[in-house]
Design a binder for this molecule. Structure first.
Ligand SMILES: [Cu+2]
Length: 503
């Protein structure tokens, strides 16, 4: 690792030495800290145009990946060995998907963050049988942003996503194309699907073992970015836009650069922001996305890292749960960015990015309350209910997910306020299907700039209450439900999910 004075200074400020930046190698003596691999960029899949629709074919298939030197890892990919291609749509596109399931098990495919009919949403009821296929059609009806697709198989999402059943979606619109933002995919517009994994000594993925893995959600000791171990990217332009997707099952990252350089946050989840926010670090929970623009014109090498979660972070685990989260107390390496003597000069950032009308509380016709709880709750709701410390019982409003029960019925065309209370000792990223919301407040305080756009996943810290406002427009369907759930996949798989219909 190349060090600079700046980097050392920054690391001292945050209380770590640069030696602490790399994850421990554990069983992998072959993995030396100096070994780097070129960052893989998922293939861009453009649909083929027929009869006014863009047709895409996605095949979920098993494969063998080579993440670790000399070892192979059985994995799942879409049209490949691990993860899937990036799908790029434009607002207004009519899309026809053909999803083929060539796995040895049932699956589903959910378009996370897209405003699509419940029947096309890919929730747990929309099973694609082993050897079967699914042909949803939908129109893109939302502004530019970064989204993703992944398995949503009931009780089995965690392991399918862990093995690779996920990919990125990019939506562009007319306004976003006029902003001069870096948008040359793979050149200055770079997807970063960040995932933590752990491996058995034979190279295979090691998924949930101890009850602790379910409790905290599964934490890995090895970082993959787009399926690349110890990745390096070489910027060729003075500014690069990274589309960060926390595609991990449970880990929250505190993204930063190890020389302390600031970056511009231009988008989060379902839209660009009205104006860029200058940040030095950014916490992203599972399923959250961020588009950032980073200036490399100084030509210095730098690393994208994850800093330890601040002990005073409102999202830090509390009480006994603190001891269960050792991995978020460390800083670790995500991506090396190499220096380059010549960089093509990028355009300056536009002052105004997206026009977002803030929705008002007065527009809502009703509000609903949701309380998230798990074993070892805070005691407010009688923590410790359930099957004991390592058991199931991850609940919303005291109920575990039941595929036969529709928990909420929402009138089509209505605007609602959802109030999410976390009655547990750890943060849960709450996600809702059907569309995007705006955060009203967190414990009564207005959202920070990074949460001012359209969102579909929101961090709810221990003991916190988050309120968001959302319009439930289009797609009346009494038969097919949308989901709301915690996006720590092991929590979702163990009950922290509910269903609603829009009618
Ligand atoms: Cu959770």
């Amino acid at each position: 690792m190349i060090r600079t004075v700046n980097r050392r200074k920054f690391l001292e400020t945050i209380g770590i030495g640069s030696a602490g930046l790399l994850l421990p190698d554990f069983a992998f003596s072959q993995t030396s800290a100096s070994r780097v691999n070129e960052l893989k960029i998922p293939e861009l899949l453009n649909g083929s145009s027929r009869n006014g629709r863009l047709h895409y074919t996605l095949t979920a298939q098993t494969g063998v990946s080579n993440f670790l030197p000399g070892l192979s890892t059985p994995s799942i990919g879409i049209n490949g060995r691990f993860l899937g291609p990036t799908l790029r749509f434009k607002n207004g596109d009519d899309v026809a998907m053909h999803v083929q399931n060539s796995l040895e098990e049932e699956t589903t495919l959910h378009w996370h963050g897209l405003h699509v009919p419940a029947k096309a949403d890919g929730g747990p009821a929309l099973i694609i049988a082993k050897g079967g296929s699914w042909d949803p059609e939908f129109k893109i009806m939302q502004p530019a942003g970064t989204f993703w697709y992944h398995s949503h198989r009931l009780n089995n999402t965690g392991q399918q996503v862990y093995r690779g059943l996920a990919g990125l979606i990019i939506i562009d619109d007319d306004e976003s194309s006029q902003l001069g933002l870096p948008s040359d995919y793979g050149v200055d517009d770079i997807p970063l699907i960040v995932q933590d994994r752990r491996f058995n000594t034979d190279g295979s993925f090691r998924y949930v073992g101890m009850g602790m893995d379910t409790m905290t959600g599964l934490f890995g000791d090895t970082i993959l970015v787009n399926g690349t171990l110890s990745p390096v990217f070489v910027p060729t332009t003075s500014k690069v836009r990274f589309r960060l997707l926390n595609g991990s099952n449970a880990r929250t990252y505190n993204f930063a650069f190890d020389d302390g350089r600031k970056f511009q946050l231009i988008g989060a989840d379902g839209s660009l922001l009205q104006q860029a926010a200058e940040l030095q670090s950014l916490e992203l929970a599972p399923a959250e996305r961020a588009e950032i623009v980073v200036d490399f014109s100084d030509g210095s090498p730098v690393n994208l890292v994850s800093l330890p979660m601040a002990s005073n972070s409102e999202f830090a685990p509390q009480g006994m749960m603190r001891n269960m989260h050792p991995m978020n107390t460390e800083a670790f390496h995500i991506l090396s960015l190499q220096s380059q003597s010549y960089l093509k000069t990028s355009e300056g950032l536009a002052r105004n990015l997206a026009s977002i009308r803030r929705m008002q509380e007065s527009e809502a016709s009703r509000s609903r309350q949701f309380t998230l709880s798990m074993p070892m709750g805070m005691g407010m709701g009688g923590g410790g209910r359930g099957r004991g410390m390592m058991g199931g019982e991850f609940l919303i409003n005291g109920k575990a997910m039941d595929i036969n029960i529709v928990n909420e019925r929402i009138s089509i065309g209505s605007t609602e306020i959802w109030e999410i209370t976390n009655d547990s000792m750890m943060m849960h990223p709450f996600h809702i299907h059907h569309g995007q919301f705006q955060i009203l407040d967190r414990d009564g305080k207005p959202p920070k700039p990074q949460e001012m756009g359209f969102k579909d996943t929101v961090k709810v810290g221990p003991g916190q209450t988050v309120r968001f406002i959302m319009k439930f427009e289009d797609f009346s369907d009494a038969e097919t439900a949308y989901m709301y759930h915690c996006h720590i996949l092991e929590h979702e798989d163990n009950g922290m999910m509910g269903q609603f219909v829009v009618v």
